[in-house]
Design a protein around this ligand. Structure first.
Ligand SMILES: Cc1ncc(COP(=O)(O)O)c(C=O)c1O
Length: 393
């Protein structure tokens, strides 16, 4: 099954990404938003702030241009950018939860998200319950049994690419007064629109597909909820985890090309997932674009124009062989992170997800995760071929 290739919504995303918040500079006509690399702004007399600017923690024109661009791409009223994806998650939780609050969390999320909730927020009296969030009966039962402030969905998830039905989850959560947060980092706004499907808040690590070039660390919160936005921006200023102007400028440049990059990431990733599925050394491939994938049917409905650039797989030959394999590729760089133009490969159990070892979120030790870049796909497959051959020796 293929999902709808470019819908009109996708096309307007491509246009919004290039034009929203990107008015030519009023002073010079520069078509690219200038890099306002300044911490403070001269006032025209006390309180005489030009366009409201006083200090870059509170607001900076480059950062604000990125926020306007991202909000338009998402079709949302509000976006607020933070200094990393985890800073975005932290600010959202800290500004809207209090001791006694509860979060229902999926059992396959980025390890850092779980670590933050479990090891930091738990100390401040926030309860985190972990379930298989793709299991709709389990979700309904959990929501009926306890009052949760948030249900936290990562779809496709990191690193097992599990797919959660956002519309179902939102309807079930809202029936109990629970709000839905979707970490849309893997799909990006090019492929998936959680607010349209009923989510209340979307969070991003803009470090990944939005930045797209592995040259910045950033995060963002996107919502139509004025109350959440007000609380988030209050804490953004009060606690100060803001991105610098240069990272915001890079994020603007990245977001402009998101749509075309993600099409190529998705096409390359599907070809690699099919190649891995046919490889006798592979035990199981995790990629929602494969018809054999358990999340394929929902993903085909929920994602538009592709299934993203991340593919995971387990090796029949076990943990050491998986570690050797990720060290044997030549084009795929052995590195954490994902979403950049260059292909990366890693061993989640020892790298990105080492912080969840021994917990309900532990990942298979023979798992490898590939962030498939936008290089020539035949070169990428040849690289994997030579790595399999090197490991088999
Ligand atoms: C799905 C997901 N959410 C959040 C994060 C955290 O983002 P950052 O590294 O920008 O803090 C990551 C990082 O890998 C991620 O993969």
């Amino acid at each position: 099954m293929t999902n709808t290739s470019h819908t009109s919504r996708n096309r307007s995303i491509a246009t919004a990404a290039i034009h929203a918040g990107q008015e030519p500079d009023p002073t010079t006509g520069a078509v690219v938003v200038p890099l306002y690399q300044t911490s403070t702004f001269k006032q025209d007399g006390v309180g005489g702030r030009r366009n409201g600017y006083e200090y870059s923690r509170s607001g900076n024109p480059t950062r604000n241009a990125f926020d306007a661009q991202l909000a338009a791409v998402e079709g949302a009223k509000y976006a607020a950018s933070l200094s990393s994806g985890l800073a975005a998650i932290d600010v959202l939780l800290r500004s809207t939860l209090t001791p006694g609050s509860s979060v229902l969390l999926g059992n396959d999320v980025y390890g850092g998200t779980y670590r933050l909730m479990h090891q930091v927020f738990a100390l401040w009296g926030v309860t985190v319950d972990v379930i298989d969030i793709t299991d709709q009966a389990a979700v309904s039962e959990a929501l009926a049994g306890k009052a949760y402030d948030y249900i936290w969905v990562e779809t496709p998830s990191n690193p097992l690419l599990r797919v959660t039905d956002i519309a179902f989850t939102a309807a079930a959560a809202h029936a109990h007064g629970t709000k839905v947060v979707v970490d849309n980092t893997f799909a990006s706004p090019a492929l998936q629109h959680p607010l349209d499907d009923g989510a209340d808040v979307v969070v991003y690590s803009t470090t990944k597909y939005i930045g797209g070039h592995s040259d910045l660390v950033g995060g963002a919160i996107v919502t139509n909820d004025a109350d959440i936005y007000e609380k988030v921006t209050f804490l953004q200023n009060a606690a100060g985890a803001v991105p610098g102007p240069f990272d915001s400028w890079l994020a603007i440049r990245g977001l402009k090309t998101l749509d075309v990059r993600v099409q190529r990431h998705s096409a390359n990733a599907l070809a690699i997932a099919q190649y891995l599925e046919a490889n006798p050394a592979i035990d199981r491939v995790y990629y929602p674009g494969l018809e054999s994938d358990e999340g394929h049917e929902i993903a085909a409905r929920q994602m538009h124009g592709g299934f993203g650039g991340v593919v995971s797989a387990t090796l029949k030959t076990g943990e050491q062989s998986a570690k050797d394999f990720v060290g044997a590729t030549k084009i795929f760089a052995l590195a954490e992170s994902l979403g950049g133009v260059e292909s990366l490969i890693e061993h989640p159990a020892a790298m990105t997800h080492s912080s969840v070892a021994g917990t309900a979120l532990a990942v298979p030790s023979n798992l490898v995760r590939l962030s498939v870049g936008i290089e020539n796909v035949e070169d990428l497959i040849a690289d994997l071929d030579q790595a399999f051959a090197a490991v088999a020796k």
